[in-house]
Design a protein around this ligand. Structure first.
Ligand SMILES: *[C@@H]1O[C@H](CO)[C@@H](O)[C@H](O)[C@H]1NC(C)=O
Ligand SMILES: *[C@@H]1O[C@H](CO)[C@@H](O)[C@H](O)[C@H]1NC(C)=O
Ligand SMILES: *[C@@H]1O[C@H](CO)[C@@H](O)[C@H](O)[C@H]1NC(C)=O
Length: 205
């Protein structure tokens, strides 16, 4: 009887150790498998908690604020980088944009419409929508944040499965800024756009 009890305690200890959920970050629940430190979560799902903000690190070490996490659908939405005031540079331009490690369990979902700003003519040869009625024009004309990008070429595309799901790239000779909208619908007015980059993750095993 004592043996059985002992084994039971041991087993429950071990499994409890494997599934420690991290404490809240500010008001934000940190669902398993996300890990804010070495003692909780699964280390392959590392995020950081800075002053009550939960942040997602890219492969280059740039931190994106996490806006929401849906553990049921295994998706999270991060905030697109700021566009530096009076310029047309994304704050992650020095890192070349958003890059996820290809071995990580995360990738960029197919629900994102990416607006690329201040692009060179090289982009016209791509299958992107760079027309005068592209969503990127609305963003430049109606949002303060995009106003520094006016009077240059811009394009948008749906991040679908035909493209890399680990990269949103900005670079000299390409485009220097971007933003992203989740589940954009052509009939939606611009003030209802849901700015964000939706990522999805593979569950541990
Ligand atoms: C747009 O990009 C070019 C490089 O392709 C850069 O020289 C220029 O400063 C950028 N424009 C703005 C407004 O940031
Ligand atoms: C570009 O996008 C706009 C806005 O969704 C759309 O009205 C237009 O038909 C698209 N143009 C092309 C060439 O796909
Ligand atoms: C992205 O991840 C999801 C699961 O998290 C997977 O089903 C999908 O195939 C992945 N897409 C690519 C292009 O790797």
């Amino acid at each position: 009887m004592v043996m059985i009890l002992l084994v039971f305690i041991l087993v429950s200890r071990v499994s409890a150790f494997n599934y420690i959920t991290c404490p809240k970050c500010g008001n934000f629940e940190v669902p398993y498998p996300f890990s804010t430190d070495d003692n909780c979560g699964d280390l392959r799902y590392k995020v950081s908690c800075n002053n009550g903000n939960l942040e997602f690190p890219s492969a280059e070490g740039f931190h994106y604020k996490i806006l929401s996490i849906n553990p049921t659908t295994q998706k999270l939405i991060i905030r697109p980088p700021m566009i530096l005031e009076d310029t047309c540079y994304s704050s992650d331009f020095p890192q070349g944009g958003l890059r996820l490690d290809e071995r990580s369990p995360f990738n960029i979902s197919t629900h994102n419409t990416v607006l690329l700003l201040n692009c060179t003519a090289a982009l016209l040869r791509s299958p992107l929508n760079c027309s005068f009625n592209s969503f990127c024009r609305q963003f430049e004309n109606e949002k303060e944040e995009g106003s520094g990008c006016k009077s240059s070429l811009c394009c948008h595309y749906l991040k679908d499965s035909s493209m890399t799901s680990h990269f949103i790239r900005v670079r000299p000779g390409g485009c220097t800024a971007y933003t992203s909208v989740v589940d954009i619908k052509p009939e939606d007015p611009i003030d209802q756009w849901n700015y964000g980059i939706e990522l999805q993750w593979l569950p541990p095993n």
